[in-house]
Design a protein around this ligand. Structure first.
Ligand code: F6R
Length: 589
Protein backbone atom coordinates (compact mmCIF):
# COMPACT_ATOMS: atom_id res chain seq x y z
CA UNK A 1 0.00 0.00 0.00
CA UNK A 2 1.57 3.21 -1.24
CA UNK A 3 4.76 2.87 -3.20
CA UNK A 4 7.79 5.00 -2.44
CA UNK A 5 10.90 5.35 -4.53
CA UNK A 6 14.04 7.46 -4.35
CA UNK A 7 16.80 7.77 -6.91
CA UNK A 8 20.21 9.41 -7.12
CA UNK A 9 21.36 9.20 -10.72
CA UNK A 10 24.42 10.14 -12.72
CA UNK A 11 22.06 12.09 -14.96
CA UNK A 12 18.52 13.45 -14.67
CA UNK A 13 16.49 10.97 -12.61
CA UNK A 14 12.98 11.99 -13.69
CA UNK A 15 12.41 9.19 -16.20
CA UNK A 16 13.89 6.62 -13.81
CA UNK A 17 11.53 7.73 -11.05
CA UNK A 18 8.53 7.61 -13.33
CA UNK A 19 9.46 4.15 -14.65
CA UNK A 20 9.83 2.91 -11.06
CA UNK A 21 6.52 4.47 -10.07
CA UNK A 22 4.82 2.75 -13.01
CA UNK A 23 6.14 -0.54 -11.67
CA UNK A 24 4.96 0.41 -8.16
CA UNK A 25 1.53 1.54 -9.21
CA UNK A 26 -0.19 -1.64 -8.07
CA UNK A 27 0.57 -0.47 -4.52
CA UNK A 28 -1.82 2.45 -4.97
CA UNK A 29 -3.22 4.70 -7.65
CA UNK A 30 -5.16 7.34 -5.71
CA UNK A 31 -2.48 9.91 -6.52
CA UNK A 32 1.08 10.13 -7.79
CA UNK A 33 3.84 12.64 -7.27
CA UNK A 34 7.56 13.38 -7.58
CA UNK A 35 9.99 15.89 -6.10
CA UNK A 36 13.38 16.48 -7.71
CA UNK A 37 16.21 18.45 -6.18
CA UNK A 38 18.23 20.78 -8.36
CA UNK A 39 20.36 23.80 -7.36
CA UNK A 40 19.01 23.72 -3.82
CA UNK A 41 15.38 23.88 -4.96
CA UNK A 42 12.60 21.31 -5.21
CA UNK A 43 10.61 20.81 -8.39
CA UNK A 44 7.38 19.09 -7.34
CA UNK A 45 4.64 17.63 -9.51
CA UNK A 46 1.80 15.72 -7.88
CA UNK A 47 -1.76 14.99 -8.78
CA UNK A 48 -4.77 12.87 -7.94
CA UNK A 49 -4.95 9.70 -10.08
CA UNK A 50 -2.36 7.38 -11.56
CA UNK A 51 1.23 7.90 -12.66
CA UNK A 52 0.25 8.75 -16.23
CA UNK A 53 -1.40 11.89 -14.83
CA UNK A 54 1.93 13.44 -13.85
CA UNK A 55 3.84 12.57 -17.01
CA UNK A 56 4.90 15.61 -18.98
CA UNK A 57 7.99 17.71 -19.61
CA UNK A 58 10.77 16.21 -17.46
CA UNK A 59 11.58 18.01 -14.21
CA UNK A 60 15.25 18.77 -13.54
CA UNK A 61 17.40 17.05 -10.96
CA UNK A 62 19.62 14.03 -10.46
CA UNK A 63 18.16 13.35 -6.99
CA UNK A 64 14.48 12.70 -6.49
CA UNK A 65 11.68 10.86 -4.73
CA UNK A 66 8.34 9.56 -5.99
CA UNK A 67 5.12 8.16 -4.56
CA UNK A 68 2.04 6.22 -5.60
CA UNK A 69 -0.71 6.59 -2.99
CA UNK A 70 -3.32 4.31 -1.49
CA UNK A 71 -5.22 6.76 0.65
CA UNK A 72 -5.48 6.18 4.39
CA UNK A 73 -5.62 9.60 6.09
CA UNK A 74 -7.19 12.19 3.82
CA UNK A 75 -9.16 11.51 0.67
CA UNK A 76 -7.48 11.13 -2.72
CA UNK A 77 -6.74 14.69 -3.89
CA UNK A 78 -3.95 16.85 -5.31
CA UNK A 79 -3.44 18.38 -1.87
CA UNK A 80 -3.05 15.05 -0.12
CA UNK A 81 -0.74 13.65 -2.79
CA UNK A 82 2.90 13.08 -1.79
CA UNK A 83 5.65 14.35 -1.75
CA UNK A 84 4.95 16.70 1.14
CA UNK A 85 7.29 19.64 1.52
CA UNK A 86 8.18 21.61 4.66
CA UNK A 87 11.05 24.12 4.71
CA UNK A 88 14.16 22.41 3.37
CA UNK A 89 12.60 18.95 3.23
CA UNK A 90 10.48 16.86 0.87
CA UNK A 91 9.14 13.47 1.95
CA UNK A 92 7.28 10.41 0.67
CA UNK A 93 5.77 7.93 3.13
CA UNK A 94 4.18 4.50 3.15
CA UNK A 95 2.51 3.39 6.37
CA UNK A 96 0.38 4.91 9.10
CA UNK A 97 1.61 7.29 11.79
CA UNK A 98 -0.64 6.27 14.65
CA UNK A 99 0.17 9.25 16.89
CA UNK A 100 -0.24 11.78 14.07
CA UNK A 101 -3.10 13.68 15.72
CA UNK A 102 -1.07 14.39 18.88
CA UNK A 103 2.02 15.38 16.87
CA UNK A 104 -0.03 17.59 14.58
CA UNK A 105 -1.57 19.39 17.56
CA UNK A 106 1.90 19.94 19.07
CA UNK A 107 3.29 21.28 15.81
CA UNK A 108 0.29 23.53 15.24
CA UNK A 109 0.73 24.91 18.75
CA UNK A 110 4.31 25.76 17.74
CA UNK A 111 3.01 27.68 14.72
CA UNK A 112 3.16 25.10 11.91
CA UNK A 113 0.36 25.22 9.33
CA UNK A 114 -0.53 22.05 7.50
CA UNK A 115 -1.39 21.92 3.82
CA UNK A 116 -2.87 18.40 3.71
CA UNK A 117 -5.02 16.08 5.80
CA UNK A 118 -2.41 13.33 5.77
CA UNK A 119 -0.60 11.74 8.68
CA UNK A 120 2.55 11.87 6.52
CA UNK A 121 2.86 15.66 6.53
CA UNK A 122 3.44 15.46 10.29
CA UNK A 123 6.73 13.64 9.65
CA UNK A 124 8.17 16.20 7.26
CA UNK A 125 7.17 19.11 9.51
CA UNK A 126 8.72 17.36 12.48
CA UNK A 127 11.97 16.81 10.55
CA UNK A 128 12.04 20.48 9.53
CA UNK A 129 11.53 21.55 13.16
CA UNK A 130 14.28 19.26 14.44
CA UNK A 131 16.85 20.20 11.78
CA UNK A 132 19.98 21.86 13.11
CA UNK A 133 22.20 21.34 10.10
CA UNK A 134 22.52 17.53 10.29
CA UNK A 135 20.09 15.93 7.79
CA UNK A 136 20.40 12.35 9.08
CA UNK A 137 20.14 13.41 12.74
CA UNK A 138 16.91 15.33 12.04
CA UNK A 139 15.30 12.31 10.33
CA UNK A 140 16.43 9.94 13.09
CA UNK A 141 15.14 12.30 15.80
CA UNK A 142 11.78 12.63 14.04
CA UNK A 143 11.46 8.85 13.66
CA UNK A 144 12.07 8.41 17.38
CA UNK A 145 8.83 10.32 17.97
CA UNK A 146 6.69 8.29 15.54
CA UNK A 147 4.37 5.46 16.49
CA UNK A 148 2.96 3.13 13.85
CA UNK A 149 4.47 2.04 10.58
CA UNK A 150 6.56 3.89 8.06
CA UNK A 151 8.93 3.63 5.18
CA UNK A 152 10.03 7.16 4.30
CA UNK A 153 12.38 8.71 1.80
CA UNK A 154 13.44 12.31 2.46
CA UNK A 155 15.28 14.98 0.48
CA UNK A 156 16.98 18.01 2.03
CA UNK A 157 17.63 21.06 -0.13
CA UNK A 158 20.96 21.61 1.70
CA UNK A 159 22.18 18.16 0.65
CA UNK A 160 22.38 17.56 -3.10
CA UNK A 161 22.80 13.91 -4.14
CA UNK A 162 21.49 12.67 -0.79
CA UNK A 163 18.38 10.75 0.29
CA UNK A 164 17.72 9.60 3.86
CA UNK A 165 15.23 6.80 4.43
CA UNK A 166 13.86 4.94 7.42
CA UNK A 167 11.90 1.76 7.90
CA UNK A 168 9.53 0.63 10.63
CA UNK A 169 7.09 -2.16 9.74
CA UNK A 170 6.78 -1.07 6.10
CA UNK A 171 9.02 -2.57 3.43
CA UNK A 172 12.09 -0.71 2.18
CA UNK A 173 14.85 -1.95 -0.05
CA UNK A 174 17.99 -0.37 -1.52
CA UNK A 175 19.13 -1.11 -5.06
CA UNK A 176 22.30 -0.38 -7.00
CA UNK A 177 22.76 -0.02 -10.75
CA UNK A 178 25.70 1.23 -12.83
CA UNK A 179 24.13 4.61 -13.39
CA UNK A 180 21.91 5.10 -10.34
CA UNK A 181 21.25 4.20 -6.70
CA UNK A 182 17.72 3.52 -5.51
CA UNK A 183 15.50 3.02 -2.52
CA UNK A 184 12.09 1.53 -3.04
CA UNK A 185 9.12 -0.20 -1.34
CA UNK A 186 9.28 -3.26 -3.53
CA UNK A 187 11.86 -5.56 -5.00
CA UNK A 188 9.78 -6.19 -8.15
CA UNK A 189 9.70 -2.45 -8.81
CA UNK A 190 13.51 -2.47 -8.99
CA UNK A 191 13.63 -5.37 -11.45
CA UNK A 192 15.14 -4.18 -14.68
CA UNK A 193 16.49 -1.01 -12.97
CA UNK A 194 18.86 -2.21 -10.22
CA UNK A 195 21.25 -5.15 -10.48
CA UNK A 196 21.88 -5.61 -6.74
CA UNK A 197 19.49 -5.17 -3.83
CA UNK A 198 19.52 -5.27 -0.03
CA UNK A 199 16.40 -4.94 2.12
CA UNK A 200 16.35 -2.84 5.30
CA UNK A 201 15.15 -4.34 8.59
CA UNK A 202 12.83 -2.60 11.02
CA UNK A 203 14.50 0.28 12.80
CA UNK A 204 17.18 0.69 10.13
CA UNK A 205 17.96 3.76 8.05
CA UNK A 206 19.35 3.97 4.53
CA UNK A 207 21.41 6.94 3.42
CA UNK A 208 22.37 7.45 -0.19
CA UNK A 209 25.15 10.06 -0.32
CA UNK A 210 28.39 10.63 -2.20
CA UNK A 211 27.50 7.88 -4.68
CA UNK A 212 27.19 5.20 -1.99
CA UNK A 213 24.42 3.38 -0.15
CA UNK A 214 24.84 2.97 3.60
CA UNK A 215 22.61 1.17 6.09
CA UNK A 216 22.67 2.90 9.48
CA UNK A 217 21.23 2.51 12.95
CA UNK A 218 19.49 5.38 14.73
CA UNK A 219 22.84 6.65 16.05
CA UNK A 220 24.25 6.80 12.51
CA UNK A 221 26.51 3.74 12.95
CA UNK A 222 26.94 1.75 9.78
CA UNK A 223 25.30 -1.70 9.62
CA UNK A 224 27.10 -4.13 7.30
CA UNK A 225 24.85 -5.51 4.53
CA UNK A 226 25.27 -8.00 1.75
CA UNK A 227 23.71 -7.06 -1.56
CA UNK A 228 22.22 -9.89 -3.62
CA UNK A 229 21.84 -9.97 -7.37
CA UNK A 230 18.27 -9.19 -8.37
CA UNK A 231 16.81 -12.33 -9.82
CA UNK A 232 15.51 -11.57 -13.27
CA UNK A 233 11.76 -11.02 -12.87
CA UNK A 234 9.64 -12.66 -15.50
CA UNK A 235 8.94 -9.54 -17.51
CA UNK A 236 5.34 -8.45 -17.16
CA UNK A 237 3.53 -10.98 -19.28
CA UNK A 238 3.69 -10.00 -22.89
CA UNK A 239 0.67 -9.81 -25.13
CA UNK A 240 -2.42 -7.71 -25.33
CA UNK A 241 -5.22 -7.13 -22.86
CA UNK A 242 -5.07 -6.43 -19.16
CA UNK A 243 -2.29 -7.68 -16.91
CA UNK A 244 -4.87 -9.89 -15.23
CA UNK A 245 -5.70 -11.66 -18.50
CA UNK A 246 -2.02 -12.03 -19.31
CA UNK A 247 -1.30 -13.34 -15.83
CA UNK A 248 -4.07 -15.94 -16.17
CA UNK A 249 -2.54 -16.92 -19.53
CA UNK A 250 0.82 -17.33 -17.75
CA UNK A 251 -0.50 -19.84 -15.17
CA UNK A 252 0.87 -22.97 -16.93
CA UNK A 253 4.35 -21.48 -17.20
CA UNK A 254 4.23 -20.20 -13.61
CA UNK A 255 3.31 -23.71 -12.45
CA UNK A 256 6.17 -25.21 -14.46
CA UNK A 257 8.68 -22.76 -13.02
CA UNK A 258 7.37 -23.24 -9.49
CA UNK A 259 7.45 -27.01 -9.75
CA UNK A 260 11.03 -26.91 -11.03
CA UNK A 261 11.99 -24.69 -8.07
CA UNK A 262 10.19 -26.98 -5.61
CA UNK A 263 12.07 -29.98 -6.96
CA UNK A 264 15.32 -28.13 -6.24
CA UNK A 265 14.24 -27.18 -2.70
CA UNK A 266 16.02 -29.06 0.06
CA UNK A 267 13.56 -29.77 2.86
CA UNK A 268 16.21 -31.39 5.05
CA UNK A 269 16.74 -28.20 7.15
CA UNK A 270 13.13 -28.33 8.32
CA UNK A 271 12.77 -32.13 8.39
CA UNK A 272 12.86 -32.25 12.19
CA UNK A 273 9.98 -29.76 12.42
CA UNK A 274 7.92 -31.37 9.68
CA UNK A 275 8.33 -34.70 11.43
CA UNK A 276 7.76 -33.59 14.99
CA UNK A 277 5.87 -30.29 15.16
CA UNK A 278 3.15 -30.31 17.80
CA UNK A 279 0.34 -28.23 16.38
CA UNK A 280 0.31 -27.03 12.77
CA UNK A 281 -1.14 -23.64 11.88
CA UNK A 282 -1.62 -21.90 8.54
CA UNK A 283 -2.01 -18.11 8.43
CA UNK A 284 -2.66 -15.82 5.46
CA UNK A 285 -5.01 -13.15 4.11
CA UNK A 286 -7.48 -12.99 1.23
CA UNK A 287 -6.64 -15.22 -1.69
CA UNK A 288 -3.63 -16.64 0.14
CA UNK A 289 -5.99 -17.66 2.95
CA UNK A 290 -7.98 -19.77 0.48
CA UNK A 291 -4.71 -21.50 -0.44
CA UNK A 292 -3.96 -22.00 3.27
CA UNK A 293 -7.38 -23.61 3.72
CA UNK A 294 -6.70 -25.98 0.82
CA UNK A 295 -3.43 -26.87 2.59
CA UNK A 296 -5.45 -27.70 5.70
CA UNK A 297 -7.67 -30.01 3.62
CA UNK A 298 -4.66 -31.76 2.10
CA UNK A 299 -2.73 -32.26 5.34
CA UNK A 300 -5.76 -33.42 7.29
CA UNK A 301 -6.80 -35.72 4.43
CA UNK A 302 -3.39 -37.20 3.64
CA UNK A 303 -1.42 -36.99 6.87
CA UNK A 304 -4.26 -37.25 9.36
CA UNK A 305 -2.96 -34.30 11.39
CA UNK A 306 -5.19 -31.30 12.18
CA UNK A 307 -4.21 -27.92 10.76
CA UNK A 308 -5.58 -24.74 12.31
CA UNK A 309 -5.99 -22.24 9.49
CA UNK A 310 -6.64 -18.65 10.52
CA UNK A 311 -6.93 -15.30 8.78
CA UNK A 312 -3.66 -13.68 9.85
CA UNK A 313 -5.56 -10.60 11.04
CA UNK A 314 -7.49 -12.77 13.52
CA UNK A 315 -4.58 -14.98 14.56
CA UNK A 316 -2.48 -12.07 15.71
CA UNK A 317 -5.15 -10.62 17.98
CA UNK A 318 -6.86 -13.71 19.39
CA UNK A 319 -4.10 -14.97 21.68
CA UNK A 320 -3.70 -18.13 19.56
CA UNK A 321 -2.79 -21.42 21.19
CA UNK A 322 0.59 -21.46 19.49
CA UNK A 323 3.79 -22.29 21.32
CA UNK A 324 7.16 -23.98 21.49
CA UNK A 325 7.56 -26.78 18.96
CA UNK A 326 4.59 -25.81 16.77
CA UNK A 327 4.77 -25.14 13.04
CA UNK A 328 3.20 -22.03 11.51
CA UNK A 329 2.92 -21.93 7.73
CA UNK A 330 2.59 -18.29 6.60
CA UNK A 331 1.42 -17.81 3.01
CA UNK A 332 1.85 -14.51 1.18
CA UNK A 333 2.46 -13.65 -2.46
CA UNK A 334 4.14 -10.36 -1.61
CA UNK A 335 5.73 -11.48 1.65
CA UNK A 336 4.92 -7.98 2.94
CA UNK A 337 1.30 -8.25 4.07
CA UNK A 338 1.30 -6.58 7.47
CA UNK A 339 -1.10 -8.99 9.19
CA UNK A 340 0.67 -12.10 7.89
CA UNK A 341 4.05 -10.73 8.91
CA UNK A 342 2.82 -9.86 12.40
CA UNK A 343 1.18 -13.28 12.76
CA UNK A 344 4.51 -14.89 11.83
CA UNK A 345 6.39 -12.65 14.28
CA UNK A 346 3.97 -13.52 17.07
CA UNK A 347 4.40 -17.23 16.33
CA UNK A 348 8.20 -16.90 16.38
CA UNK A 349 8.13 -14.93 19.61
CA UNK A 350 6.21 -17.80 21.18
CA UNK A 351 8.80 -20.32 20.07
CA UNK A 352 7.04 -21.73 17.00
CA UNK A 353 8.88 -22.52 13.77
CA UNK A 354 7.72 -20.35 10.86
CA UNK A 355 7.72 -21.69 7.32
CA UNK A 356 6.74 -19.13 4.71
CA UNK A 357 5.52 -19.52 1.15
CA UNK A 358 6.20 -16.33 -0.81
CA UNK A 359 6.62 -15.15 -4.37
CA UNK A 360 9.30 -12.60 -3.45
CA UNK A 361 12.46 -14.30 -2.27
CA UNK A 362 13.89 -11.30 -0.36
CA UNK A 363 10.59 -10.11 1.10
CA UNK A 364 10.28 -9.38 4.82
CA UNK A 365 8.37 -12.59 5.48
CA UNK A 366 10.88 -14.72 3.58
CA UNK A 367 13.72 -13.11 5.53
CA UNK A 368 12.14 -13.48 8.93
CA UNK A 369 10.81 -17.03 8.51
CA UNK A 370 12.91 -19.98 9.63
CA UNK A 371 12.41 -21.58 6.23
CA UNK A 372 11.00 -20.16 3.01
CA UNK A 373 9.48 -21.88 0.02
CA UNK A 374 10.01 -19.48 -2.87
CA UNK A 375 7.44 -19.95 -5.56
CA UNK A 376 8.16 -18.77 -9.07
CA UNK A 377 4.92 -17.22 -10.24
CA UNK A 378 6.82 -14.27 -11.72
CA UNK A 379 5.84 -10.64 -11.25
CA UNK A 380 2.12 -10.24 -10.62
CA UNK A 381 1.06 -6.72 -11.54
CA UNK A 382 -2.74 -6.94 -11.52
CA UNK A 383 -4.04 -6.23 -8.03
CA UNK A 384 -6.22 -9.35 -8.05
CA UNK A 385 -4.10 -12.42 -7.43
CA UNK A 386 -4.40 -15.14 -10.07
CA UNK A 387 -1.29 -17.08 -11.07
CA UNK A 388 0.19 -16.61 -7.60
CA UNK A 389 -2.84 -18.44 -6.15
CA UNK A 390 -2.35 -21.44 -8.44
CA UNK A 391 1.34 -21.49 -7.47
CA UNK A 392 0.58 -21.12 -3.76
CA UNK A 393 -1.64 -24.17 -4.00
CA UNK A 394 1.09 -26.08 -5.81
CA UNK A 395 3.67 -25.18 -3.14
CA UNK A 396 1.32 -26.06 -0.32
CA UNK A 397 0.40 -29.41 -1.83
CA UNK A 398 4.10 -30.06 -2.25
CA UNK A 399 4.60 -29.18 1.40
CA UNK A 400 1.68 -31.42 2.43
CA UNK A 401 3.41 -34.24 0.53
CA UNK A 402 6.66 -33.55 2.43
CA UNK A 403 4.75 -33.66 5.72
CA UNK A 404 3.30 -36.97 4.63
CA UNK A 405 6.77 -38.25 3.75
CA UNK A 406 8.34 -37.18 7.03
CA UNK A 407 5.48 -38.50 9.15
CA UNK A 408 4.45 -41.61 7.25
CA UNK A 409 7.63 -42.40 5.25
CA UNK A 410 5.70 -42.29 2.00
CA UNK A 411 4.50 -39.67 -0.42
CA UNK A 412 0.78 -39.44 -1.21
CA UNK A 413 -0.27 -41.19 -4.43
CA UNK A 414 -0.90 -37.85 -6.16
CA UNK A 415 2.65 -36.61 -5.57
CA UNK A 416 3.71 -38.13 -8.89
CA UNK A 417 0.91 -36.25 -10.64
CA UNK A 418 2.05 -32.73 -9.74
CA UNK A 419 3.84 -32.63 -13.08
CA UNK A 420 0.52 -32.92 -14.93
CA UNK A 421 -0.76 -29.61 -13.56
CA UNK A 422 0.76 -27.20 -16.11
CA UNK A 423 -0.78 -29.12 -19.02
CA UNK A 424 -4.10 -29.41 -17.19
CA UNK A 425 -4.03 -25.66 -16.53
CA UNK A 426 -3.53 -25.10 -20.25
CA UNK A 427 -6.44 -27.43 -20.99
CA UNK A 428 -8.64 -25.41 -18.62
CA UNK A 429 -8.30 -22.48 -21.03
CA UNK A 430 -10.70 -24.51 -23.20
CA UNK A 431 -13.46 -23.33 -20.83
CA UNK A 432 -12.85 -19.66 -21.64
CA UNK A 433 -15.22 -19.40 -24.62
CA UNK A 434 -17.99 -20.63 -22.39
CA UNK A 435 -16.95 -18.22 -19.60
CA UNK A 436 -17.20 -15.37 -22.11
CA UNK A 437 -20.77 -16.40 -22.92
CA UNK A 438 -21.66 -16.73 -19.25
CA UNK A 439 -20.17 -13.34 -18.44
CA UNK A 440 -22.15 -11.76 -21.27
CA UNK A 441 -25.32 -13.40 -20.01
CA UNK A 442 -24.79 -12.60 -16.33
CA UNK A 443 -23.15 -9.17 -16.47
CA UNK A 444 -26.31 -7.48 -15.20
CA UNK A 445 -26.75 -9.84 -12.21
CA UNK A 446 -27.23 -8.27 -8.79
CA UNK A 447 -25.21 -10.94 -7.02
CA UNK A 448 -24.18 -14.56 -7.22
CA UNK A 449 -23.24 -17.62 -5.22
CA UNK A 450 -20.37 -20.00 -5.70
CA UNK A 451 -20.89 -23.28 -3.89
CA UNK A 452 -19.00 -26.52 -3.31
CA UNK A 453 -18.09 -29.08 -0.71
CA UNK A 454 -14.78 -29.99 0.88
CA UNK A 455 -11.88 -28.43 -1.09
CA UNK A 456 -14.32 -27.21 -3.75
CA UNK A 457 -15.44 -24.65 -1.15
CA UNK A 458 -11.96 -23.09 -1.41
CA UNK A 459 -12.40 -22.79 -5.16
CA UNK A 460 -15.88 -21.37 -4.68
CA UNK A 461 -14.62 -18.82 -2.14
CA UNK A 462 -11.80 -17.74 -4.43
CA UNK A 463 -14.18 -17.41 -7.42
CA UNK A 464 -16.48 -15.24 -5.30
CA UNK A 465 -13.62 -13.08 -4.04
CA UNK A 466 -12.47 -12.40 -7.60
CA UNK A 467 -15.98 -11.38 -8.69
CA UNK A 468 -16.40 -9.05 -5.70
CA UNK A 469 -12.96 -7.57 -6.09
CA UNK A 470 -12.94 -6.63 -9.74
CA UNK A 471 -16.52 -6.90 -11.06
CA UNK A 472 -17.96 -5.07 -7.99
CA UNK A 473 -20.74 -7.57 -7.67
CA UNK A 474 -21.88 -9.10 -4.43
CA UNK A 475 -20.75 -12.72 -4.48
CA UNK A 476 -20.40 -15.35 -1.84
CA UNK A 477 -18.47 -18.61 -1.73
CA UNK A 478 -20.48 -21.02 0.34
CA UNK A 479 -20.54 -24.59 1.58
CA UNK A 480 -23.26 -26.20 -0.55
CA UNK A 481 -24.77 -27.98 2.43
CA UNK A 482 -25.10 -24.74 4.41
CA UNK A 483 -27.26 -23.00 1.84
CA UNK A 484 -30.56 -24.20 3.17
CA UNK A 485 -29.74 -22.97 6.67
CA UNK A 486 -30.73 -19.43 5.83
CA UNK A 487 -29.04 -18.22 2.67
CA UNK A 488 -31.45 -20.03 0.36
CA UNK A 489 -33.95 -17.29 1.20
CA UNK A 490 -32.05 -14.96 -1.13
CA UNK A 491 -32.49 -17.16 -4.20
CA UNK A 492 -34.98 -15.75 -6.67
CA UNK A 493 -35.67 -16.01 -10.39
CA UNK A 494 -32.47 -15.83 -12.42
CA UNK A 495 -30.06 -15.60 -9.43
CA UNK A 496 -26.78 -17.18 -10.63
CA UNK A 497 -25.37 -20.11 -8.66
CA UNK A 498 -22.06 -21.64 -9.77
CA UNK A 499 -21.41 -25.08 -8.28
CA UNK A 500 -17.98 -26.71 -8.25
CA UNK A 501 -18.20 -30.51 -7.90
CA UNK A 502 -14.86 -32.17 -8.41
CA UNK A 503 -15.14 -34.81 -5.63
CA UNK A 504 -16.94 -37.79 -7.07
CA UNK A 505 -18.07 -38.97 -3.65
CA UNK A 506 -19.78 -35.61 -3.02
CA UNK A 507 -21.07 -34.85 -6.51
CA UNK A 508 -24.56 -36.21 -5.85
CA UNK A 509 -24.85 -34.05 -2.74
CA UNK A 510 -23.88 -31.02 -4.77
CA UNK A 511 -26.42 -31.95 -7.42
CA UNK A 512 -29.12 -32.08 -4.75
CA UNK A 513 -28.28 -28.51 -3.74
CA UNK A 514 -28.37 -27.44 -7.38
CA UNK A 515 -31.82 -29.00 -7.71
CA UNK A 516 -32.97 -27.07 -4.63
CA UNK A 517 -31.81 -23.73 -5.97
CA UNK A 518 -32.99 -24.53 -9.53
CA UNK A 519 -36.49 -25.23 -8.35
CA UNK A 520 -36.48 -21.75 -6.77
CA UNK A 521 -35.56 -20.14 -10.07
CA UNK A 522 -31.75 -19.90 -9.82
CA UNK A 523 -29.66 -19.90 -12.98
CA UNK A 524 -27.22 -22.73 -12.32
CA UNK A 525 -23.83 -23.64 -13.73
CA UNK A 526 -21.97 -26.82 -12.79
CA UNK A 527 -18.20 -27.33 -13.03
CA UNK A 528 -16.83 -30.87 -12.89
CA UNK A 529 -14.31 -33.11 -14.59
CA UNK A 530 -16.76 -36.03 -14.63
CA UNK A 531 -18.78 -36.44 -17.84
CA UNK A 532 -21.49 -38.49 -16.10
CA UNK A 533 -21.87 -35.93 -13.29
CA UNK A 534 -22.30 -33.19 -15.88
CA UNK A 535 -24.62 -35.27 -18.08
CA UNK A 536 -26.94 -36.13 -15.21
CA UNK A 537 -27.11 -32.61 -13.81
CA UNK A 538 -30.15 -30.35 -13.81
CA UNK A 539 -27.83 -27.31 -14.22
CA UNK A 540 -28.67 -24.74 -16.90
CA UNK A 541 -25.08 -24.83 -18.12
CA UNK A 542 -22.22 -27.24 -17.48
CA UNK A 543 -18.48 -26.74 -17.85
CA UNK A 544 -16.13 -29.70 -18.15
CA UNK A 545 -12.89 -29.28 -16.26
CA UNK A 546 -9.71 -31.13 -17.23
CA UNK A 547 -9.25 -34.52 -15.60
CA UNK A 548 -6.85 -34.07 -12.70
CA UNK A 549 -6.62 -36.15 -9.54
CA UNK A 550 -9.15 -34.85 -7.06
CA UNK A 551 -6.72 -33.64 -4.41
CA UNK A 552 -4.93 -31.35 -6.87
CA UNK A 553 -8.09 -30.14 -8.58
CA UNK A 554 -8.25 -26.71 -6.85
CA UNK A 555 -5.12 -25.67 -8.79
CA UNK A 556 -7.02 -26.09 -12.06
CA UNK A 557 -10.72 -25.74 -11.19
CA UNK A 558 -10.28 -22.09 -10.21
CA UNK A 559 -8.94 -21.05 -13.62
CA UNK A 560 -12.30 -20.71 -15.42
CA UNK A 561 -13.60 -18.76 -12.41
CA UNK A 562 -10.61 -16.38 -12.45
CA UNK A 563 -11.24 -15.78 -16.14
CA UNK A 564 -15.01 -15.41 -15.65
CA UNK A 565 -14.44 -12.69 -13.04
CA UNK A 566 -12.06 -10.90 -15.37
CA UNK A 567 -14.59 -10.96 -18.23
CA UNK A 568 -17.42 -9.83 -15.93
CA UNK A 569 -15.23 -6.92 -14.88
CA UNK A 570 -14.43 -5.87 -18.44
CA UNK A 571 -18.02 -6.25 -19.64
CA UNK A 572 -19.26 -4.18 -16.70
CA UNK A 573 -16.86 -1.46 -17.79
CA UNK A 574 -14.12 -1.66 -15.17
CA UNK A 575 -10.35 -2.00 -15.24
CA UNK A 576 -9.37 -5.46 -13.95
CA UNK A 577 -5.85 -4.34 -13.06
CA UNK A 578 -6.81 -1.51 -10.73
CA UNK A 579 -9.91 -2.29 -8.69
CA UNK A 580 -11.32 0.63 -6.76
CA UNK A 581 -10.29 1.07 -3.12
CA UNK A 582 -7.71 -1.72 -3.33
CA UNK A 583 -3.99 -2.04 -3.82
CA UNK A 584 -1.59 -4.92 -3.91
CA UNK A 585 0.70 -5.65 -0.99
CA UNK A 586 -1.34 -4.63 2.03
CA UNK A 587 1.43 -3.29 4.25
CA UNK A 588 -0.93 -1.57 6.68
CA UNK A 589 -3.23 -3.50 8.99
C1 F6R B 1 -7.17 -10.95 -3.88
C2 F6R B 1 -5.87 -10.56 -3.38
C3 F6R B 1 -5.72 -10.37 -1.91
C4 F6R B 1 -4.37 -10.93 -1.44
C5 F6R B 1 -4.15 -10.61 0.04
C6 F6R B 1 -2.87 -11.21 0.56
O1 F6R B 1 -7.14 -11.11 -5.26
O2 F6R B 1 -4.95 -10.37 -4.11
O3 F6R B 1 -6.77 -10.96 -1.20
O4 F6R B 1 -4.37 -12.30 -1.64
O5 F6R B 1 -4.10 -9.21 0.20
O6 F6R B 1 -1.77 -10.77 -0.17
P1 F6R B 1 -0.38 -11.52 -0.07
O7 F6R B 1 -0.56 -12.86 -0.69
O8 F6R B 1 0.59 -10.66 -0.79
O9 F6R B 1 -0.08 -11.64 1.39
Amino acid sequence: MCGIIGCVSKENCYEKLLAGMKRLEYRGYDSAGVALLSDGKFAVRKRRGGVSGIAGAPLCGDTGIGHTRWATHGKPSDRNAHPHVAGKFALVHNGIVENHARLRAELEAEGESFLSETDSEVIVRLIARLYEGDFFAAVAAACARLEGSYAIAVLCSDCPGEIVCARQKSPLVAGAAEDALYVCSDIPALCGAASYIAPAADGEFIRIAEGKIAFLDAQGREIPKTFSRVEPCAAAETGTGSFMEREIAAIPRALEDTLAALRRTDFAPCARVLRGAGKIFAVACGTALHAALAFKDAVEGEVGVPVLAHPASEFRYRDPLVGEGDLVVAVSQSGETADTLEAARLAKARGAYVLSVTNIAHSSLAQEADFNIAMRAGAEIAVAATKSYNCQLLCLYYLAAQLCFFRKTRFPAWFAELGTLPAAAREAFGCFAQMNELAARLQGAQGMYFIGRDSDVRTAAEGALKVKEIAYLFAEGYCAGELKHGTLALIEEGFPVFAVATRRALAKKCENTLAEVSSRGAYTVLFSQYEDVLAESCADAVCRLPAVCERLMPVVAVIPLQYFACRMCVLRGYDPDKPRNLAKSVTVE
